[in-house]
Design a protein around this ligand. Sequence first.
Ligand SMILES: [Zn+2]
Length: 246
Amino acid sequence: MLNKILIIGIILSSLFGKERADTQLNTIPITFAGTPFYLVENGHSAINYIWLHGDEKTAKMALDHHITLFPGKAFFIQNDNREIPYQSTIIDPNRLFSREGSLHALKKFKPYWAPGTLKKALDEMDLDRSQFLEKLMPEKDGLLIAVHNNSQGYNVKHELRNSQKMSLKYQQNPRDFILCTNESDFEKLAIGPYNVVLQDTVMDRDDGSLSWESLRRNVRYVNIETRLGYLIKQKKMLEFVSKSLN
Ligand SMILES: [Zn+2]
């Protein structure tokens, strides 16, 4: 199975190089806001996957495993922290999927920008975002699946306020849940064993996350969120989502 997999990317770290000794390199770079991504492609499918927060290693390992078994394209950020370096600051890559979100992200760790420089950065980000999304977004009627991990605090209850439907399972830890943006996907996912919420309405206050941009584009999006360290759980959730929505 592994030799069916192609990695397209510019630079592979020695770590990835060792793991994927039998893969092929393509010279087309994939970057977003200056940070490279590498792409693992297994066969053909209308499902694309993304791992976006470099510190969420469980999600990375789960997706690494999943893409060897299920067809699709998986985009992996090449970064070790949640934030990525950008000019003289750092920014959360999952807050850059709108101009408004980018504005807040750029100012979060660098409140002061010299006159004109913030607008220039936002203009560049607009261009960069549209080029990246062109590669990332699945083909028509396809599905985009993001994998994330959480540490203390964040759980499904924080998403209920923005959700139109929910299916909470009392046996499940509230920190393990699936968020989706398509109602018929929700109905399929809700019959499974996991916590699921539906967010299919764009909110006034857009935080620049990929889920809202997917919703604006009418692209079916699923976020699989699990506790950091719960690798088997996240692998099972990925498998469940792929099998339920293929
Ligand atoms: Zn995350």
